[in-house]
Design a protein. Structure first.
Length: 326
């Protein structure tokens, strides 16, 4: 009997310890909208300890909770982006400090000389609490936060994972940056065209369709690959630039052919992910580097007999649906 009691006590202690650790982080399923979908530490000392243990920088969000429209929008438009959430949670130690609360929050506000009742501010610090990059303030864009995150990882000599690079590419496209260009190539088979063109660094999106024959529409980052280099690659692979002004007709059923015929079609995927993964599969290259940690978890647990095709549906919606089903 004493042995059973001791075992029960040990189990209670372990469960209590696990619950204590869980309580260190917020739960995105029932937290304030200003915090987005990120699971945050709320204690500075715990975050710094985790930073030292995991050898990751601390990303500190100074946020008004509950807050104004700017604060709420930051939660929705920046901190709820699936790949942004993945990058914050996996490459950093996320810490939220409320700028309209007293107690421990106010202590950290004073430590970093941050104002109370303020719009969102982000600092990224090392395990000693020292700034790695300039504080992000008065820039409430996802691109602004992403740039600071990449600079901080570079400062710490950390490798930026492929899925995080894809996030940066997605944001470049979404913000209609002037360096994003569009062109079309004609070829004998747009399945082959997509896999070949999608392999090039700087090519962000490909679409299969028709313009007096099979063509692939390409969106590319001109700061990464020039039109001349892209044309040279295309011609070497039996594709020709299209100069016709005829309208492009998208062929949804033919797009991402190799992705459509793989298990990865059951995952929520961003636009750039689809392009790169389809190309990798078509060229016999592993697509796994393009997946975030959460996507890899979902792939490992995949039951193809009871899964819904998600790759061709709205990314954030399907992502959140997957999260809610866990």
């Amino acid at each position: 009997m004493q042995k059973i009691i001791k075992t029960l006590i040990l189990v209670i202690i372990v469960i209590g310890f696990q619950n204590s650790n869980a309580q260190e982080r917020t739960n995105p399923k029932n937290q304030d909208e200003e915090l987005g979908k990120v699971s945050w530490y709320r204690d500075y000392d715990a975050a710094i300890a985790a930073s030292e243990k995991e050898n990751k920088p601390v990303l500190i969000l100074f946020q008004e909770v509950p807050g104004c429209a700017t604060c709420r929008n930051y939660g929705h438009n920046v901190l709820s982006n699936p790949l942004m959430t993945e990058a914050i949670e996996n490459e950093f130690i996320p810490l939220a400090i409320f700028n309209n609360k007293r107690g421990k929050d106010l202590v950290i506000l004073k430590k970093y000389n941050e104002p109370t009742w303020n719009n969102p501010v982000v600092r990224i610090v090392n395990k000693k609490g020292d700034n790695l990059v300039k504080r992000v303030a008065s820039d409430y864009s996802a691109k602004g936060l992403y740039n600071a995150m990449t600079k901080a990882l570079n400062a710490e000599k950390k490798t930026i994972p492929e899925y995080m690079k894809i996030l940066g590419q997605e944001l470049t496209v979404n913000y209609n940056a002037p360096n994003i260009k569009e062109t079309h190539y004609k070829m004998y088979c747009f399945w082959t065209g997509e896999k070949q063109l999608g392999s090039q660094d700087g090519v962000l999106l490909t679409q299969a369709g028709f313009m007096n024959g099979e063509v692939v529409k390409v969106k590319y980052d001109a700061s990464k690959i020039s039109e001349k280099k892209l044309n040279t690659f295309a011609k070497a692979n039996k594709m020709q630039p299209v100069t016709s002004k005829n309208n492009f007709t998208w062929s949804e059923k033919d797009e991402d052919y190799y992705l459509q015929h793989s298990q990865l079609k059951f995952l929520p995927l961003s636009q750039v992910q689809k392009t790169k993964i389809n190309s990798a599969l078509g060229n016999g290259v592993s697509p796994l580097p393009y997946l975030s940690p959460k996507q890899k978890q979902w792939l490992a647990k995949l039951d193809i007999n009871n899964s819904e095709v998600l790759y061709n549906k709205e990314f954030s919606t399907t992502w959140n649906k997957q999260l809610d089903s866990e």
